[in-house]
Design a protein. Structure first.
Lengths: 257, 257
DNA sequence: TACTTTTGTTTGATATTAGAACATAAAATT
DNA sequence: AATTTTATGTTCTAATATCAAACAAAAGTA
């Protein structure tokens, strides 16, 4: 099914370079040339040339010539994309209000193949172990936002995408592919979706789509909280109306844009 | 002054590919192959190969095969960097409190050469002058955060960096290089800095550094507002203490990390 | 210290990629 | 509809990039 690409139309050095950038993460903030070579599966010679190139371009820095790390300049890459989403900035204040009112986290995401990708996030809790920040990817099939985003797609396209998805069973509550497909009809009708510990035990969330002035769904927004504080009933009886209210305000603000 | 790099240690296809990603921005959300070639100064053949490569890797998409645009996957690149800054997520709730309390914007940034780069931002106003989002770069010499960040550097290194900087006169209030250098001593002593319409007429801000447990400055945080609402006196008499209070809390939270 | 292992650098043969020129297709203009 | 203009796709040789392997330099270890 994957579109074939002619070998001569593929720039492998670019792929390798991007892989090197992605190789840096929380647990690999600093790496030597050899670390990178191992992690990205390159020869050391190749890893070296790529790192020197990235360093020369200012995406990577090295204090001592041994340990390399990314510079803030890599943000310019990711944020080339975000700057194309003006509604994101616009929605942020409303998301803050919402998070504050209900004292739970509020997030916005878009779909990228079988994952949702966070494009904005507001959390109120200080405890917050580690970061589901902007750019984080989660499997669409187990999240409330994934459900509303898939439900809003052209049914044919959605079916195709779902066909390729893996439906990993992340918790005992994660839906099977068949259950998911059936459930999607409900989501389409009601206009919102819930994930009840389908992604992770202890996490519940409810999501709505956000539409542009033409009615096209451009993102999803959700409220999520810990099951110990948030019952299923809370989600539907208390949070849904708050969420809908903010969505309405965001969509209204979107008209004058 | 620029470090020389041997030609054989530079991967030009990687540079070109990164330039292509950066070519997409708010005013160029969608581009044809030829648009890209023109903007990045590539041959069409080359632009084509790079776009097909990026598409194959999922960083770029094209609905019709003509117009290309970035996908959320490019966020993974920037996210590689942000995930290496755990203090960022940790500080966000405090920044939200601060922005809420004083009803003005609050931002966090780090230095990248002669620019500051936003790594977190909270704004309360809905009116939105539009997006100084994460990843935005501003010239360090005209910003309060740039001042505290430069003031916290090793003086030799700072001097070297300042020597290379251009000190563009963005408003009549922008400091000259000499005035800036002198002013930096004051900033070093007092531990905070102001920018009074030095970046843009009508914008005032005050900034403090944030230090890790070893006392090393890892970022700057500021409050900024419009001159019509925020006087210079407000900044020092009202906002400085609020800012310091949050910085203290953030630094305290940083200890248990 | 000397020995071993790991890491970084260089080199020359092979494979990939770029650019120029040309071919085709689509859009715009008449 | 025909013509012109512009954009896109293809091909082929020159220029680049890769690999493997040898070499050099550090960093560990005994």
């Amino acid at each position: 099914m994957n579109k074939e690409i002619k070998k001569s139309d593929f720039v492998q050095s670019l792929e390798k370079g991007l892989n090197v950038i992605n190789a840096f993460d929380m647990d690999h903030e600093q790496m030597t040339l050899s670390d990178v070579a191992k992690k990205v599966d390159l020869t050391r010679a190749n890893a070296r040339r790529i790192l020197l190139t990235l360093q020369h371009l200012g995406y990577v820095t090295s204090l001592d010539g041994k340990l390399f790390s990314l510079t803030p300049k890599v943000l310019s890459l990711g944020y080339s994309y975000l700057s194309g989403l003006p509604f994101r900035e616009l929605a942020q204040p409303y998301m803050q209000e919402l998070a504050k009112e209900i004292n739970e986290s509020c997030s916005m995401s878009v779909l990228d193949n079988s994952d949702i990708v966070y494009i904005a996030r507001v959390h109120t809790k200080r405890i917050m172990t580690i970061s589901l920040g902007v750019g984080t990817r989660l499997p669409a099939h187990a999240t409330s936002m994934g459900k509303v985003l898939l439900a809003s797609m052209d049914p044919m396209e959605a079916a195709k995408l779902i066909g390729q998805m893996k439906f990993e069973e992340l918790t005992p509550f994660t839906l099977s592919k068949n259950a998911f497909i059936q459930h999607l009809d409900v989501v389409r009708k009601q206009g919102w979706a819930i994930s009840d510990q389908e992604l992770e035990i202890g996490v519940r969330s409810i999501a709505c789509p956000i539409r542009d002035k033409k009615g096209k769904v451009i993102a999803a927004i959700n409220i999520s909280g810990h099951a110990s504080r948030v019952t299923l009933e809370d989600l539907v009886k208390k949070y849904l109306s708050a969420l809908k209210d903010k969505v309405e305000k965001i969509e209204h603000a979107l008209i004058n844009l």
